[in-house]
Design a protein around this ligand. Structure first.
Ligand code: ACO
Length: 338
């Protein structure tokens, strides 16, 4: 009698949703003391999409999720775990956005919860999906990264309002026995010593809602941009080198390096340090800005929809965000090509 093969995790499908409204650098020039030239030179961002006033994080997440489920050839009832990575949930802090997304797409009586790891949230969620599948507890995990970042941005603060955008991406992670379809590795780490580099001070137990919170704008994101920038380049480069070395894979063997889309200068510095060619490095920051936990799945969706991502091709994901958190993943795309 042959032993049962272990259950492995595979990346089956991708979907995304981008809100219609575009906020360009020229629009921002009219709102704060900035220029298209400064934003382009310092960040590579030309425009970002902004959700409608009535459009929530879960609305965007649900639309991305529906596409991912359909493209995996599954139905809502096939999903047995829902994870939503977000730092702009519909509500602080219950119900979770994962619960609301589940309801909107007709997933019932299934475990659902949010993951808070800022821009690293999607890759953190992939590590959780992998663990649930490899333990044999789940078969089809819906992983959503969704952000209405505009809801925590102060549009009078030029140092942050030029950076962020809204959107959502989603993937279905399914059980497989085939080793060539399975995740190779996922790393996720954090260092709370740098918690004050990126923070939304309220609302929370430290600063519950009060008139003072509103007057001082503590409900808006604050960032030590330059310090975060330097640490991001160092940490992302180190993390990628480690995951490649550990798995004996050369950077030349990676067709799709998909870093978090925060700033083109960070993406370029990391790509150069790893000796990646331009065509290996996926770049969407110019059109979406930094969409936090949605940035990596939106970028994967972009290359899938444009026919660049084929079944079986290796993806290297690398991300960095508030917490501070960082994470990387090495995995083949196991779904059908577009
Ligand atoms: N337009 C014009 N001038 C500006 C603007 C603007 N929009 N914003 C800042 N400046 C000015 C500053 O006031 C400063 O002026 P000064 O020299 O007279 O004091 C000057 O430009 C330089 O400011 P720096 O902050 O040092 O500029 P820097 O080159 O570092 O670029 C940026 C700023 C784009 C924010 C960059 O630091 C960055 O991208 N940081 C990392 C962001 C990141 O990766 N975050 C992690 C993920 S986000 C998450 O987890 C949610």
């Amino acid at each position: 009698m042959s032993a049962t093969k272990p259950q492995l995790a595979s990346f089956r499908s991708i979907g995304a949703y981008v809100p219609e409204k575009i906020l360009s650098n020229e629009d921002l020039e009219k709102m704060v003391d900035t220029t298209d030239e400064w934003i382009t030179k310092r960040t590579g961002i030309k425009e970002r999409h902004i959700a409608d006033k009535d459009e929530s994080t879960s609305d965007m997440g649900a639309k991305a999720a529906q596409k991912a489920i359909e493209r995996a050839g599954l139905k809502a009832e096939d999903i047995d775990l829902v994870l939503c990575a977000t730092v702009t949930p519909d509500y602080f802090n219950m119900p979770s956005t994962a619960c609301i997304i589940s309801d909107k797409i007709g997933i019932r009586n299934v475990q659902a919860f949010d993951i808070s790891a800022a821009c690293s949230g999607f890759v953190y969620a992939l590590s959780v999906a992998k663990a649930f599948i490899e333990s044999g507890m789940k078969k089809n995990v819906l992983v959503v990264g969704a952000e209405k970042f505009s809801s925590i941005v102060d549009y009078t603060d030029r140092s942050t309002c030029i950076l962020f955008g809204d959107g959502a991406g989603a993937a279905v992670i399914s059980a497989t026995e085939k080793e060539d379809e399975a995740f190779v590795d996922v790393h996720a780490s954090a260092d709370g010593n740098y918690a004050d580099f990126l923070v939304t001070p309220a609302p929370g137990s430290v600063n519950p809602v009060s008139q003072q919170v509103i007057d001082e704008g503590l409900n808006f994101v604050q960032m030590k941009g330059n310090e975060t920038f330097k640490l991001a380049v160092k940490t992302l480069t180190k993390d990628v080198k480690e995951i490649l070395e550990k798995n004996a894979i050369a950077s030349d063997d990676i067709p799709h390096f998909i870093p978090h889309q925060a700033n083109y200068r960070i993406i370029k510095a990391v790509g150069d340090a790893l000796k990646m060619k331009e065509e290996q490095v996926v770049r969407t920051v110019h059109k979406y800005g930094n969409t936090s936990a949605a940035s990596i799945p939106m970028a994967i969706n972009d290359i899938w929809e444009s026919g660049r991502l084929q079944k079986g091709e290796l993806m290297l994901l690398d991300t960095f965000g508030g917490g501070l958190t960082w994470a990387s993943a090495l995995l083949p795309f196991a779904g059908e090509s577009c």
